[in-house]
Design a protein around this ligand. Sequence first.
Ligand code: TXA
Ligand code: MG
Length: 341
Amino acid sequence: MTEILKPTRENIEKSTKLILNDEIVAIPTETVYGLGANGLSDVAVSKIFKAKNRPQDNPLILHISDYDMMENLVYELSDEIKEFLNHFWPGPLTVVMKKKEIIPDAVSCGLDTVAIRMPNNEIARSFIKQCGVPIAAPSANISGKPSPTTAEDVFTDMNGKISVILDGGLCNIGIESTVLDLTKKPYTILRPGFYTKEDFLKYEDEILIDDAIVTENTIPKSPGQKYKHYAPKAKVVVISAKDRKKSSIEIEKIIKENKDLKIGIFKFDETFLNVESENILSLGSVFDLREMSKILFRGLREFDENNVDLIVVEGCDEKGLGFSIMNRLKKSASGNIKYID
Ligand code: TXA
Ligand code: MG
């Protein structure tokens, strides 16, 4: 049985001991919950792959509490790079850099680089500091499912597989960090996330986006991007319309055409629907993408708990944070998206 523990001093101490004994502890971060293990231990890291059923070629992010910890892990942590990072760290940014030999192969999966993140969540950072080792942590879901944003969602996927989940409540951001390759200029976004290209362009003249994010049939530079992702049990269809009226017409049409299915509707507050259903959830306002990213994965999981067959989600404008949200939604829906002009 897996325990959900409040992050009290005693519980953090107990969890630290577990980490130093090569056990896994799930931790809250500001993006999503992570499945944490000692990132310098082969044995500990291999347990993460087993618990998540994660493909062996998908490397992990090492989470750090400060730059001193980072110095041991990567080459070329120049003042210029530190200055760049200071604009985003601690926070939802993961950077890929050339790794030092100390990093086990199990973390980097044969690559000569490693992904590093300094999270902004207080519980996470003080826990990492207390452990004194970088914490390898992928999102704490079973591979392929939506990332967990509450301790209960971690429990659903990990009960019996890990001993402890530290409960930090609902994650504030709700989608994963942006992965940025710093190994050469111009820096390249390998996975879109909370921070956008526009955020980085305030400090860099040019930022690239990995082709695989925008086109199909290109091999992604971030190995994890090629796998099925964020998929609830129910089928998902995304309706992307600029006009809320057209969006409601399309949703009502889908409901009419699928009378035999239990349908979950994930809609913006501005979209008026002329239907009665217990399975309608709000994505917040169409003007508040932060709210949408915060509740997206939780909502997909809630529909699964209610045994819905089909989830109809409204898409957002693919700009800024909306680009990252739509990247997740398209994957949840395995590309099943309908654009309405
Ligand atoms: O917000 C987040 O990033 C969360 C929290 C827990 O920190 N973590 C997370 O980890 O999303 P995960 O394992 O689910 O996704 C990590 C992504 C994967 O797509 C992986 O392929 C990529 O980062 N990655 C890891 N190391 C890499 C490397 N050396 N080069 C390129 N991509 C890498
Ligand atoms: Mg993940």
